[in-house]
Design a binder for this molecule. Structure first.
Ligand code: SF4
Length: 322
């Protein structure tokens, strides 16, 4: 039933209009922690530059990161790059969910999505959207410590519900239902294809489910330095050992520079990453000398290097105001 609804209700998503294993892999990794409407232009650009596993495997790491810039969570780009290299080298190619899970960045969710959508295998996807739908359908008021615990708890129910004849369409329908109908707040129950089965709709408690304990919000404050000399901006290159943001540039922390003149506050920026609320204060100053972790980058080179998403935005704004 869900697969039939999906056939009529789906949004015009490019990887579904022209399906392939590679497009499914890229779209699944790109869509993690990113809204579909945000990722669409990135997906299009990515496909133009890296149209298949081989092109991606052969591309320099810098180029791969550059095409991911703005999407955040860069470990996904690095994993996708490593995955392409391993996939190209593998013979025979991975065919089962277990084999896919041995590739970089492929956990339970993407392996289920890839093998069901691209290979037609019966594996149910379970993420926050699916948990929300299932908790509401069954009016499950259990309190979960976190998303991971909820995903584990609903996996068996998701497998029971899976349409084994059309597992890919069923999974995509669940994703679509969670993204467009069974919304976190104010779900659109009147147009929901599973309304008649939904117990929480009957009990009118949809907005309260699922019950997942919230992480305490952590406030973080960071002072950054804005230092221009001639036509160069001082930046910090995040070391390879840093994991997530390795290899990207950002404005240096004020504590990392030996300021020659008294720092003047020129901007303050706020952002949130999961449960962290980050306030960053940007100070203009000058320096006497710099150490190896910092680099002078020519202003005309800024578009060519990989800057962390918010830092690129701030730098553009500050340069405009100079
Ligand atoms: Fe979600 Fe409403 Fe559909 Fe129930 S009826 S699954 S709460 S959209």
């Amino acid at each position: 039933m869900l697969a039939a609804w999906y056939a009529t209700a789906q949004r015009p998503l490019p990887w579904r209009a022209e399906p392939s294993l590679y497009r499914t892999v890229v779209s699944e990794l790109m869509a993690q922690q990113t809204q579909i409407k945000t990722m669409l232009p990135y997906f299009k650009r990515w496909m133009q530059r890296f149209p298949n596993f081989t092109t991606l495997a052969d591309a320099p790491a810098e180029d791969v990161l550059k095409h991911w810039e703005g999407l955040g969570y860069y470990s996904r780009a690095r994993n996708l790059h490593r995955l392409a290299k391993e996939y190209v080298a593998l013979n025979p190619k991975p065919a089962t969910r277990e084999e896919w899970q041995r590739l970089p960045g492929i956990g339970p969710y993407p392996s289920a999505a890839i093998t069901s959508i691209a290979l037609g295998q019966p594996a149910a996807v379970v993420d926050g959207n699916v948990v929300r739908i299932l908790a509401r359908l069954t009016d499950d008021a259990h309190i979960f410590k976190n998303n991971g615990e909820a995903v584990k708890a609903f996996t068996a129910r998701a497998d029971d519900l899976l349409d084994n004849k059309n597992p890919g369409d069923h999974n995509q329908a669940m994703m679509e239902l969670g993204a467009t109908v069974c919304l976190k707040h104010k779900p659109l129950c009147t147009v929901c294809p599973v309304l008649k089965f939904c117990v929480s709709n009957k009990n009118d408690n949809q907005d309260e489910l699922p019950k997942i304990e919230r992480k305490t919000t952590v406030q973080v404050e960071i002072d950054r330095a804005w230092i221009i000399e001639g036509d160069k901006l001082l930046l910090h290159r995040i070391p390879e050992s840093a994991g997530q943001l390795a290899g990207q540039y950002e404005l240096p922390e004020l504590s990392a520079v030996k300021a020659r003149t008294s720092p003047q506050l020129i901007a303050s920026k706020s952002r949130s990453i999961t449960h962290r609320r980050i306030k960053e204060y940007i100070y203009e100053t000058t320096v006497a000398g710099i150490d190896d972790s910092l680099e002078w980058v020519a202003l005309e080179q800024l578009e060519a290097i990989t800057l962390s998403g918010p830092h690129r935005r701030w730098i553009r704004e500050l340069l405009k105001g100079q």
